[in-house]
Design a protein around this ligand. Structure first.
Ligand SMILES: NC(=O)c1ccc[n+]([C@@H]2O[C@H](COP(=O)([O-])OP(=O)(O)OC[C@H]3O[C@@H](n4cnc5c(N)ncnc54)[C@H](O)[C@@H]3O)[C@@H](O)[C@H]2O)c1
Length: 412
């Protein structure tokens, strides 16, 4: 039985607690967070996930668990990793470290995270749930023979969209790392690259060739939205971020030389039901699509009954309405791939190896996200085969992340 310890007890930790209810051989042994730890521990106990205790700090948590998870805001990932490293150097016996996306706000941070993981000699798992979505896995499995006969996918389109994040730190580009491209582009870029990757090859198999991008502030820079953000402590007049992002990346198969393209589109202005994940993969003579909003179930709540629904978020992640025809998903942790990513990481850690996606992979995704910001900022295609460009990405911090988004965002 692996003892899990979560650092951070907010939105995503809650999702992972639900996911662990469907994972064998794991106990949620500890939680450590400035806010929400007691409530999460109580829920885990009620769900039979073990004798979940609240820990005062990372060092004490690490002493009591086998697997430690970084489920805190992006700006805290690196500091937490440093504290985990101190605990391991001080004798804590950890079998695995998990970090939620994005690994870091920029490549410098992601690079340190990946190097620390290697130096500690502790297996890592980068949590990017979309590659573990059962719909994506099953589509790829059913198409295995078709792909082998016809050739790999040559065009992928991926999108994640919702109406905007739940906590102010996500909106602040200095704490989160940017706007929607850093927050959700990392998902869509990762799954887009995966859809192009031939079956049987590693998730970092393809060679990135170039990146182009277009980003803008379309909705949240306008009234009344900008004032609503101000009331939540977010100032988009002073430090705006992009609420729309479109990143196109060209890849090359290093063995065959065949080129492929992924288009990742993300927005925080999806004024429609819930959170939509949309994926399309086109191969020679075949294709597959995934639309997370296609559910076999639905709900209807009339105006008369709506007052009975206190919180629309209780219904579905990022739902914006609490009446009318509503979406119903019977198992969101399964739909989005959380359960599968846990099973993958824990079985890998049991065998002393990295998860399917490790911190080095998380670093690669950060590089691609940064290439997107650089392409938008410079208004040109970024050549990812040029060593000088790759070197400049190492220390690059996007203007938007620096709090200077006004200089580069249409609408800001
Ligand atoms: N895979 C996904 O789809 C997905 C979805 C949401 C969030 N995330 C990622 O998960 C992480 C957490 O996001 P969230 O939505 O849960 O945020 P949140 O704001 O809802 O919760 C953050 C939690 O971390 C705690 N925290 C804050 N600073 C801390 C620190 N220095 N040390 C330890 N704990 C600290 C807070 O008290 C809170 O319990 C982020 O990296 C985010 O990008 C991933």
């Amino acid at each position: 039985m692996l003892k899990i310890g979560m650092i951070g007890a907010g939105f995503v930790a809650g999702f992972h607690e639900r996911s662990l209810c469907s994972v064998r051989g794991a106990e949620l042994a500890g939680v450590c967070a400035p806010k929400g730890a007691e409530a999460l521990a109580k829920r885990a106990q009620e769900d039979g996930l073990g004798d979940t205790r609240v820990f005062k700090n990372v060092a004490e948590l690490c002493d009591a668990v086998d697997v430690v998870c970084i489920f805190a805001p992006n700006f805290a990932h690196l500091e937490i990793m440093r504290n985990i490293a101190k605990a391991v150097e001080g004798g804590a016996e950890i079998k695995g470290i998990i970090c939620e996306k994005p690994l870091g706000r920029n490549l410098q941070e992601a690079d340190v995270m990946a190097r620390m993981g290697k130096a500690l000699g502790v297996p890592t798992a980068y949590f990017e749930n979309q590659l573990h979505m059962p719909s994506v896995i099953e589509a790829r499995r059913q198409l295995t023979a078709v792909e082998q006969n016809m050739g790999a996918v040559h065009l992928s389109r991926s999108a994640e969209e919702h109406g905007g994040p739940h906590e102010p730190w996500f909106w602040d580009p200095t704490t989160q790392g940017g706007g929607v491209c850093c927050d959700m582009g990392c998902h869509s870029i990762a799954v887009g690259m995966y859809m192009l990757t031939p079956g049987g090859k590693a998730p970092d198999y393809l060679t990135p060739v170039s990146a182009t991008a277009n980003m803008a502030l379309l909705k949240w820079g306008k009234e009344p939205w900008i004032s609503q953000l101000k009331e939540r402590g977010v100032d988009y007049k002073a430090t705006p971020a992009e609420d729309y992002s479109n990143v196109t990346i060209e890849f090359k198969d290093p063995e065959t030389g065949v080129c492929s393209i992924s288009q990742a589109t993300n927005s925080w202005m999806y004024d429609a039901p819930g959170l939509r994940l949309l994926m399309e993969a086109f191969g020679p003579g075949y294709s597959y699509t995934v639309n997370s909003l296609q559910s076999p179930a639905g709900l209807f709540i009339s105006d008369a009954a709506a007052t009975a629904v206190a919180d629309s978020e209780l219904a579905l992640e990022k739902s914006q309405a609490s009446r009318g025809a509503l979406l119903l998903h019977h198992n969101e942790p399964d739909l989005y791939g959380y359960i599968t990513e846990w099973r993958d990481a824990l079985s890998a850690f049991e065998q002393g190896r990295n998860g399917m996606l490790d911190f080095e992979y998380g670093r690669l995704i950060t590089l691609l996200v940064m290439a997107g910001y650089m392409a938008h900022e410079k208004k040109k295609t970024i050549d990812l085969t040029d060593p000088a460009v790759l070197q400049s990405l190492e220390s690059y911090v996007p203007l938007i992340q620096q709090g200077k988004g006004k200089e580069v965002l249409l609408g800001a």
